[in-house]
Design a protein around this ligand. Structure first.
Ligand code: G1P
Length: 283
């Protein structure tokens, strides 16, 4: 599930008409990186929770037969390959409208009837994760298959930034894994139970939907996914997954620009030119 209904105000004015998930890192929109990570993890149903003003995402993932034929007719096979298989034929997509911006927990709840009572994954596309070999969600799915326990992606955040994240405290079990003891949404540094911040990757049990119906508005007056997860912990264990990889907070301009530079350096046709350009820059 991809909650993509947020307003992306930190990228105004660009996000006046473009959803923030459609902003490109080099040549692919953020949402496509998240979709590719989900596909790599073996996910075959993609649910986008969107808002009525964000048609661009649905349009992006729709097949464009006319453009494909045009590129083929022009002999542009490389370009054709780039758009042909964005979503493979065996994968289905669904769009759910969140008509009011009531928070991440509410966005997830909106997809309740599509998910049913099965475990499911949530990916927040503005947390872009560049993993060395295996993508972050696949790491978590593999762990789920090994343990039968859901998980949340975490990484250490600076003490001054605990109030921007869900923060978890963990307990190391005999199996060597870290189980979540407590989870709090955006605590101050003084109140934070640790410095382990939640990044936008979750594997959650279907029971979370019932809990989302009982939680009240929390931080920011929003229905928080974190609060439902906290309630879930009283009956079901969840792992904290300290993923292998680098996360870019592409919801912030700094993170977005860092990601752009690092991803561009991975493109063989851009690398030398970018390095030469960076070398000319003065502080
Ligand atoms: C959401 C979650 C928060 C999590 C963060 C990760 O917050 O509520 O717990 O740490 O995503 O990006 P948001 O960034 O939507 O305020």
């Amino acid at each position: 599930m991809f909650p993509v209904a947020g307003l992306g105000t930190r990228f105004l004015p660009a996000t006046k008409s473009i959803p923030k998930e459609m902003l490109p890192i080099v040549d692919k929109p953020l949402i496509q990186y998240a979709v590719e990570e989900a596909l790599e993890a073996g996910i075959e149903t993609l649910i986008f929770v969107t808002n009525p003003r964000k048609r661009a995402i649905q349009e992006y993932f729709a097949r464009d037969e006319a453009l494909q034929s045009h590129l083929l007719a022009q002999g542009q096979h490389e370009l054709h390959a780039r758009i042909h298989d964005i979503i493979p034929a065996h994968v289905s997509t669904a769009y759910v409208i969140q008509s009011q911006a009531l928070g991440l927990g509410h966005a997830v709840w909106c997809a309740k009837s599509l998910v049913g009572n099965e475990p499911f994954a949530v990916l927040l596309a503005d947390d872009l994760i560049r993993a060395p070999a295996t993508g972050c969600l696949k790491q978590m799915v593999d762990e789920y298959h090994a343990t039968g326990v859901g998980s949340i992606g975490v990484e250490e955040v600076p003490a001054s930034m605990t109030d921007r994240y869900g923060i978890v405290s963990v307990e190391r079990a005999d199996d060597g894994r870290d189980y979540i003891r407590e989870i709090v949404e955006k605590p101050s540094a003084e109140k934070a139970p640790s410095r382990l911040g939640v990044v936008g990757r979750y594997i959650l049990p279907g029971e979370i939907f019932a809990l989302l119906e009982t939680v009240r508005a929390g931080v920011g007056g929003e229905i928080q996914l974190t609060d439902a997860i906290a309630a879930q912990l009283t009956s079901q264990r969840l792992l904290a997954h300290a993923f292998d990889g680098v996360r870019y907070d592409c919801g912030s301009r700094q993170g977005f620009i860092r990601a752009t530079v690092d991803y561009a350096l991975e493109h063989a046709d851009l690398r030398a030119d970018l390095l030469a350009h960076l070398a000319t820059l003065k502080r």
